[in-house]
Design a protein around this ligand. Structure first.
Ligand SMILES: NC(=O)c1ccc[n+]([C@@H]2O[C@H](COP(=O)([O-])OP(=O)(O)OC[C@H]3O[C@@H](n4cnc5c(N)ncnc54)[C@H](O)[C@@H]3O)[C@@H](O)[C@H]2O)c1
Ligand SMILES: O=C(O)C[C@H](O)C(=O)O
Length: 326
């Protein structure tokens, strides 16, 4: 059956890297036809039409149709998968509160439109920053959709952490399992090697270098987004699109036996993360659902870092509450 995939911010850089991969079958598999609904602001609809022309020109066998609109209600009508990429970037002189308010103006109506018209099985991934809190805003305005269907992307951080560890140890990325990103998709995030495995052995033990872990690994992963902006003059696009594909594909098809991944999901209070926050955890995907991995021991080093990132999420939640956005 055809799956309706809605992508917001379709004319942006991530949109350009993402849409062709969705249409080629990399999101849902080679047997699943897709119908694309592209949401853009009025000024960018023409550019989205240009991307749609290129999608047509690829003659993808799985791509059934493309609809382009600046109306959120139309874009989310019948959506099975919703990729919320479009967001208001921080510009010069903008305070944190202004950024949250501007994004509230985007994610509140989008949450309402998802609530009103999306398919019963809708799954939502928020990529647009600040991703966790934008996801929270959308989720709070979709009371009829199970909260677990709203997620935010930390898979890029996860992939970055895997790549850094692979380089450090000189092992292929396929040798690494059970790495986890905790907290916010921001510089406070905590990439956790203490439960990770390399060829079945504990990764922190294999590294055996606490200074590298503390002073190189964690800040490199947490500040990678800023380093890409500094080097490229634009924020990550292809890697972000790749992570979005990974996030949804894992959600739908499941994690490998014995492995887990990272995703920001609605907290059920696990690991002391306040219930309702959308925070990154180690998760498994099973039967089409993301579930938080339970029962991990958290030592003082990890506890301090998880708490710091979660405190930032609490601050963001309180700020959007104060603005009346949730
Ligand atoms: N979570 C992550 O790991 C991660 C990684 C990279 C980038 N990001 C974030 O993803 C977002 C998109 O990045 P980009 O490089 O594609 O940005 P971009 O500026 O190239 O594109 C954003 C697009 O969103 C559109 N847009 C703005 N408001 C919209 C609305 N209300 N409805 C629909 N579309 C709207 C814009 O017109 C633009 O075309 C940014 O917020 C960026 O910070 C997140
Ligand atoms: O857009 C950004 O600020 C950075 C982005 O979230 C990233 O992690 O690459």
């Amino acid at each position: 059956m055809t799956v309706n995939v809605t992508v917001t911010g379709a004319a942006g850089q991530i949109g350009y890297a993402l849409l062709f991969r969705i249409a080629s079958g990399q999101l849902l598999g080679a047997d699943t036809p897709v119908s694309l609904r592209l949401l853009e602001i009025p000024q960018a609809v023409k550019a989205a039409e240009g991307t749609a022309m290129e999608l047509d020109d690829c003659a993808f066998p799985l791509l059934e149709d493309i609809e382009i609109t600046d109306d959120a209600k139309k874009a989310f009508d019948g959506a099975n998968i919703a990729l919320l990429v479009g967001a208001r970037p921080r510009t010069k002189g903008m305070e944190r509160g202004d950024l949250l308010a501007a994004n509230g103006g985007i994610f509140k109506p989008q949450g309402e439109a998802i609530n009103a018209g999306a398919a019963d099985d809708v799954r939502v991934l928020v990529v647009g920053n600040p991703a966790n809190t934008n996801a929270l805003i959308a989720q709070q305005h979709a009371p009829d959709v199970p909260a677990e269907r709203f997620t935010a992307m930390t898979r890029l951080d996860h992939n970055r952490a895997v790549a850094q560890l692979s380089k450090k140890l000189g092992v292929p990325v396929s040798a690494i399992r059970r790495l986890a990103i905790w907290g916010n998709h921001s510089a406070t995030q905590y990439p956790d090697l203490f439960h990770a495995e390399v060829n079945g052995e504990n990764a922190a033990a294999a590294v055996n270098d606490e200074a590298w872990l503390r002073d190189t690994f964690i800040p490199t992963v947490a500040k990678r987004g800023a380093a890409i902006i500094e080097a490229r003059g634009a924020s990550s696009a292809a890697s972000a699109a790749g992570a979005a594909i990974d996030h949804v594909s894992t959600w739908v098809h499941g994690t490998a036996e014995g492995d887990w991944t990272s995703a920001a999901v609605v907290s059920d209070g696990s690991y002391g993360v306040p219930e309702g926050l959308i925070s990154s955890f180690p998760v498994v995907a099973r039967d089409g659902r993301y579930e938080i991995v339970q029962g991990l021991e958290i030592d003082d080093f990890s506890r301090e870092r998880i708490d710091a990132s979660v405190a930032e999420l609490v601050e963001e939640r309180d700020a959007v509450r104060k603005l009346g956005l949730i």
